[in-house]
Design a protein around this ligand. Structure first.
Ligand SMILES: Cc1cc2nc3c(=O)[nH]c(=O)nc-3n(C[C@H](O)[C@H](O)[C@H](O)COP(=O)(O)O)c2cc1C
Length: 211
């Protein structure tokens, strides 16, 4: 089937303002639980967009590791392209796509680095292989070959043999503190339900948007 002819009718139950939790983080957690129950692959995957000083948006998928009242936390290399962009312009948007449920959640907000203690705690919870990978990968830098990466992995493995692996100083979390969030539920004939939450002076208001 050609891409232009691909069409899915969204027959899911609708979304009404009375269905929504007044707090968008609580609403997110409700939908996230349903995404897990529906066995959506990688339900915590979100596409994060950043814009550095060159003004060009850049997007990539990362995994949300903590969803807290303060925001959505992901972990990465602090020297990566995304981190450079966030240092230049600490703002981001993110989108979760739970396509089997015909749902999308969007958010926009200011970004701050998580505390060293929070990054340490998350790093310590990672599998050892991932900890080694964090040390071995100069994320977003050009790499001459796969063999070069594998050699770095061997070096790091040897360096920390028999020891706990500390968090690299160039690796940690970013927290996107949402100023706005949107919950989208697909409905038949493209007449979808969309609700936008906006935070003004600490108070969330909810509005229905045209699809
Ligand atoms: C499902 C999935 C999950 C990912 N999770 C992360 C993550 O949590 N942290 C991360 O740094 N990169 C993650 N990546 C890789 C990023 O998409 C990206 O390639 C990498 O962070 C480099 O991006 P940058 O060059 O824009 O900084 C993930 C990719 C996929 C497809």
């Amino acid at each position: 089937m050609s891409i232009r002819d691909r069409r899915l009718q969204y027959e899911t139950a609708g979304l009404d303002i009375d269905d929504l939790h007044p707090d968008p983080i609580a609403q997110f957690n409700r939908w996230y639980t349903q995404a897990e129950e529906a066995q959506i692959a990688e339900p915590n995957a979100m596409t994060v967009s950043t814009v550095g000083l060159d003004g060009m948006p850049d997007s990539r998928i990362v995994l949300a590791r903590e969803v807290e009242q303060s925001g959505f936390v992901f972990y990465t290399n602090y020297s990566s392209a995304k981190s450079k962009q966030l240092n230049e312009n600490p703002s981001a948007s993110a989108v979760f796509a739970w396509l089997d449920l015909h749902r999308q959640v969007r958010l926009r907000g200011k970004v701050h680095a998580t505390s060293p203690e929070q990054s340490d705690a998350y790093f310590a919870s990672r599998p050892r292989e991932s900890q080694i990978g964090a040390w071995a990968s100069a994320q977003s830098e050009q790499l001459s070959s796969r063999a070069d990466l594998e050699a770095r992995v061997r070096d790091v493995t040897q360096t920390y043999s028999g020891q706990e692996i500390p968090r690299p100083p160039f690796w940690g979390g970013w927290c996107i503190a949402p100023m706005s969030m949107e919950f989208w539920q697909g409905r038949p004939s493209r007449l979808h339900d969309r609700f936008s939450y906006i935070n003004e002076a600490g108070i969330w208001s909810i509005a229905r948007l045209s699809p």
